[in-house]
Design a protein around this ligand. Structure first.
Ligand SMILES: [Zn+2]
Length: 150
């Protein structure tokens, strides 16, 4: 078996993605696992078998689009201490056929609740931001979606 290189070696020093399927280089983007037999795409990078066609160990990692459309959303009014509310959480459909759960930013939660129809299907784009620091002093980068500019 070939020796595996350290997963961290390709990441920008001092910055760390909050989830394994968020990559920071060359620009922040998500990656998925694509089934080599039927083309189904999953966010799970350690997937062994395809739930659509049953093929095993035929996955390759592919970059996912930074643009998608809101499928459903929810305005959150109560959260953990220190988390500012209200905020909007959503499931975003990507063109590759993957759905991603994340937060919507640059959007007014109260306005959205008054007029929820505007959100369904809304084109959005991914943004990556530093959200905290870990114990090693690395900046932790998370991703959200905001209404698409075009
Ligand atoms: Zn498959």
């Amino acid at each position: 078996m070939a020796e595996q290189s350290k997963a961290e070696s390709t990441e920008q020093p001092g910055k760390r993605p909050i989830l394994p399927f968020l990559k920071l280089e060359p620009t922040p983007h998500l990656v998925g696992s694509k089934c080599g037999k039927c083309g189904a795409v999953y966010l799970d990078l350690k997937r062994m078998a395809c739930s659509k066609c049953g093929a095993t160990n035929q996955f390759t990692q592919i970059p996912l689009s930074n643009k998608g459309n809101v499928w459903v959303f929810s305005v959150i009014h109560q959260s953990f201490p220190g988390i500012k509310t209200p905020y909007v959480t959503a499931i975003v459909d990507l063109p590759e056929g993957v759905s991603v759960k994340s937060n919507l930013v640059d959007i007014d939660p109260e306005e959205l609740q008054k007029n929820p129809q505007q959100a369904f299907g809304m084109p959005v784009e991914m943004v990556a931001n530093v959200v905290s620091k870990d114990r090693q002093g690395n900046e932790v980068v998370a991703f959200q979606y905001r209404p698409s500019k075009n």
